[in-house]
Ligand binder design. Structure first.
Ligand code: NI
Length: 177
C-alpha cells in the first residue's frame, strides 16, 4: 500500500467528470487500499474521492466514526458508483477538503439522503443517512462530477474562511472531506 499524491486547486483535473467502475477486480481493491491509506495520511480526512488522486473513476471512501463529537454513522464505507436516490431537508455547515488546503467554507447540503452504491466486490447496497455523514457523502460525490465545495458556497466573500494552519494528524478529523 502507498499514500498517493493529492491534487489541489487550481489543478484543472479536479473539474473532470469521473467514469463508472465496470471491473471489480484485485487491481480495483488494491487501489481502494491505497486510497484509504491516503485518506488517513497527513491531515486525516473523513472522506476522499478517487479523482482527488488522479484516478477518474466513481469511487469514494467516507468514515465519520472518528469525529470528536459522535454523529450517527455507518463506519467505514467504500462507495463505488454511488447514486443518491432521495434528498430531504437542508442545512448549512462548514466543510474543508484535502484538495482545497487553505480554506473552509459554508455549504448548504441535504440533511437526509438515501443512496445506492456498489461495494468493492460489485454488490449493490442501499444506505440511508443523515447529518454530517450525509454531508460528507454529498461532498465526495461532488468530486466525481468535477465539483468542489468552493463552487457551492453562496458567497465567496462571506462564506469562505482562510485556514491559519492545516494541522497534521490528530485532532483534525471531522474537518476535511
Ligand atoms: Ni473534498
Amino acid at each position: 500500500m502507498a499514500a498517493l499524491e493529492i491534487l489541489t486547486i487550481p489543478d484543472e483535473r479536479l473539474k473532470q467528470e469521473s467514469l463508472a467502475v465496470e471491473r471489480f477486480d484485485d487491481e480495483l481493491r488494491s487501489f481502494i487500499a491505497d486510497l484509504e491509506e491516503t485518506r488517513q495520511h497527513g491531515p486525516a480526512a473523513v472522506g476522499i474521492a478517487a479523482p482527488q488522486v488522479g484516478r477518474f473513476q466513481r469511487i469514494v471512501i467516507v468514515d465519520v466514526s472518528n469525529t470528536r463529537k459522535p454523529v450517527p454513522n455507518h463506519g467505514y464505507m467504500v462507495l463505488v458508483n454511488p447514486e443518491i436516490t432521495h434528498w430531504d431537508g437542508y442545512e448549512i455547515g462548514r466543510e474543508g477538503c484535502l484538495s482545497v488546503p487553505d480554506y473552509t467554507g459554508n455549504v448548504i447540503r441535504a440533511t437526509h439522503i438515501r443512496l445506492k452504491a456498489q461495494n468493492p466486490d460489485g454488490e449493490t447496497l442501499e444506505y440511508e443517512m443523515e447529518g454530517f455523514e450525509a454531508r460528507a457523502v454529498q461532498h465526495e460525490i461532488d468530486h466525481l462530477d468535477g465539483m468542489l465545495f468552493i463552487d457551492r458556497v453562496v458567497s465567496r466573500r462571506t462564506d469562505l474562511f482562510q485556514r491559519k494552519v492545516y494541522q497534521k494528524g490528530k485532532g483534525k478529523k471531522g474537518k476535511s472531506n
